[in-house]
Design a binder for this molecule. Structure first.
Ligand SMILES: [Zn+2]
Length: 271
């Protein structure tokens, strides 16, 4: 007669669930605002793919046309801008992004002023994102002026203008009311405090970057992927910092969103 033995306890402990990822599962939408057509893919394509995978409706807004992003002096700037718009649409499709918005401002001339901030306020109020991703842009050393400008404009639009009704009150006449976002992820930060495991989304990230053929010398997805797996020592160092083999890192800001405030699920239900 067969004797039933007690099940052995599992030797491998299941990974602790990430409470932030659990929060993301409750979000409906995300907005990614960057300066140039390829910024989002290089900075956070894995995270974007993950947000889409979690069921969020993701919008990508690119402020400049990237019309100066080449050393080829034979190409016309308008031609390059059109090419880069197409590349961005292709990359967005790979990641599962729902829509791309192009503001078409001249590359290198983004200025953080009332006009740019106002455009961001309007966009936030229209799209009503729970989560926003943009540039931190102030990392020491080399950085692009457009990265700083858009990063600051988004932060300053988020607080307090997007959710305080007396700011840009003219938008109310268009039926665009205040909105309170729950969370901001600043990419490219010197001191990131949150790391996203992008292991399952590496192929999508490589394909999205390869879509920007004009920026990566026509390298293929496979060639890009190869660079992320060597040398091993670098991967080990990254794992030590982030806890993952492949990660994207952010400075994370959470906003108090009292129940019933504009943009919260309770307020949406009341409408
Ligand atoms: Zn850029």
């Amino acid at each position: 007669m067969a004797v039933k033995t007690a099940k052995r306890p599992l030797l491998v402990r299941p990974k602790k669930a990430d409470p932030i990822e659990a929060k993301w599962r409750t979000y409906g939408s995300a907005l990614v605002i960057t300066a140039h057509p390829d910024d989002a893919e290089f900075l956070c394509a894995g995270t974007i793919a993950k947000l889409c995978d979690l069921g969020m409706d993701v919008t990508l807004c690119v402020a400049t046309s990237g019309d100066k992003g080449t050393r080829d002096v034979t190409i016309r700037r308008q031609e390059l801008a059109a090419m880069r718009e197409e590349e961005t649409r292709h990359a967005a499709k790979v990641l599962g992004v729902k829509r791309c918005l192009f503001w078409g401002m001249p590359d290198g001339f983004l200025v953080e002023d009332h006009e740019l901030r106002g455009m961001v306020v309007k966009l936030i109020r229209q799209m009503k994102p729970d989560l926003i991703i943009t540039w931190e842009g102030f990392r020491a050393g080399f950085n692009h002026t457009d990265h700083r400008a858009i990063g600051r404009a988004v932060r300053d639009a988020l607080y307090p203008a997007a959710h305080d009704p007396h700011y840009h009150a003219e938008l109310a006449a268009e039926g665009i009311g205040p909105h309170r976002t729950a969370e901001l992820l600043l990419a490219g930060a010197a001191e990131p405090d949150y790391h996203v495991d992008i292991g399952p989304y590496l192929e999508q990230k490589a394909e999205a970057i390869a879509a920007h053929a004009s920026q990566v010398d026509n390298r293929t997805k496979e060639e890009i992927l190869k660079t992320w797996f060597s040398p091993q020592r670098r991967n080990r160092a990254r794992r030590k910092i982030t806890g993952y083999d492949h990660a994207e890192s952010f400075q994370r800001v959470e906003f108090r969103r009292p129940d019933g405030a504009p943009g919260t699920p309770a307020a949406r239900k009341r409408k």
